[in-house]
Design a protein around this ligand. Structure first.
Ligand code: ADP
Ligand code: MG
Length: 356
């Protein structure tokens, strides 16, 4: 469900209709290229109006899933339903979806307005209507004053927004975005993440957003599917995927994670298993300090590495009980010196990785 997060972070003007069927349903989806099992059994429902992200390392099958939804690839096995209708065998233009790619090729000789109108011209939409819809789409992406410019007169972020307008002008039910911010530098990328999320709220259509960047997925999504090797390891809202990873892979891929197992886990946490503890949940103090509260988990160790990152400082600590933990601390009092320390964290922040 897209609206499980605290109410104050969700302001969708039109909350997805709980009784409506999914906008997208993937069932038993597979795609094999010879011996390569690019997509290896994906089942997924995406409700209307959701900002859904597919997150995973390069080669995990995200683009192939997107291309099958768009109709550029046919599944080896399984079905794709859009709005309750099986479209698995339909051509791309027969599907109510549009795609925005990373290498958004705008026509350089056309103005922004003409670029946005282009798809409608191909569909023989009358001129006046074409104009109005393009202006509306440019308003949505906040480029209403740029219609007469050429792409070369725009910044990278503005060009990306033209590409978005070009897709939105078709008023698709579903918009597929394949690493659309990948070509932008970090600052612009972060600004565009917020903009894109706002635009999605404004238009209320279903976004399926592919990225290999975990921060991006955590920032923007209602829900995230974490891909590994052609399969989905976990689907859930950002907090859930981050705080309660369903596998060691998810714990490692989403955020910097500490995994504590073996002797260290038994001794520090008090039971066997593999535990994920986020670096920002751990307090780090001098060796002789008391744990912050009764019942907190606590362990002593030695700092082996200090990474100064401006607002925060990251420590690597070798535990006396065995194992190594990474700790992030706000840079309020400057960095701690190398040496002996006590780590402590609340019991509920040791999350046992299922099945381990
Ligand atoms: P991602 O988008 O997550 O990086 P892809 O879906 O592009 O992953 O690729 C998944 C796997 O399928 C990779 O191993 C890739 O090399 C392979 N693959 C993708 N497209 C083709 C193709 N047309 N022919 C052969 N192999 C492909
Ligand atoms: Mg890809």
């Amino acid at each position: 469900m897209p609206n499980q997060a605290p109410a104050e972070t969700r302001e969708d003007p039109a909350p997805p209709n709980e009784t409506a069927g999914p906008a997208i349903r993937l069932s038993g989806l597979r795609k094999h290229f010879g011996d390569v099992h690019a997509v290896d059994g994906v089942d997924l429902d995406i409700p209307p109006g959701e900002f859904f992200s597919m997150l995973g390392p390069s080669g995990s099958g995200k683009t192939t899933v997107l291309r099958m939804i768009a109709g550029f690839e046919l599944p080896t096995e399984g079905t794709i339903e859009l709005d309750g209708r099986d479209v698995s065998a339909l051509a791309p233009f027969e599907r109510d979806v549009n795609t925005v790619f990373q290498d958004y090729a705008l026509f350089p000789h056309m103005t922004v307005q003409q670029n946005v109108e282009y798809g409608l011209r191909v569909k023989r939409v009358p001129k006046q209507q074409r104009r109005e819809r393009a202006i509306e789409a440019l308003k949505t992406v906040r480029l209403d004053d740029y219609g007469s410019r050429k792409p070369s007169q725009l910044s990278g972020g503005q060009r990306q927004r033209v590409a978005l307008a070009r897709a939105l002008v078709n008023r698709p039910k579903v918009l597929l975005l394949d690493e659309p911010l990948g070509a932008l530098d970090l600052k612009l990328r972060q600004a565009m993440q917020l903009e894109l999320k706002q635009i999605q709220r404004d238009v209320g259509i279903t976004f399926v957003f592919v990225t290999h960047d975990q921060d991006e997925a955590l920032t923007m999504s209602d829900r995230i599917a974490v891909f590994n090797d052609g399969k989905i390891e976990q689907v859930g809202p950002p907090e859930e995927v981050y705080e309660r990873p369903a596998s060691a892979f998810v714990a490692g891929f989403v955020g910097t994670s500490n995994l504590l197992g073996g002797r260290g886990a038994e001794s520090v946490i008090g039971r066997p298993g593999l535990f994920s503890i986020r670096p920002e949940k751990i307090r780090i103090d001098g060796e002789l300090s008391e744990p912050a509260a009764v019942g907190d988990t606590s362990a002593t160790g030695t700092i082996t590495d200090v990474v100064y990152a401006g607002a925060t400082v990251r420590y690597a600590v070798a535990l006396d009980a065995g194992g190594q933990l990474s700790v992030v601390r706000q840079n309020t009092d400057g960095a701690l010196a190398d040496g002996r320390v006590r780590l402590s964290w609340r019991q509920e922040h040791s999350f046992q990785v299922p099945g381990q």
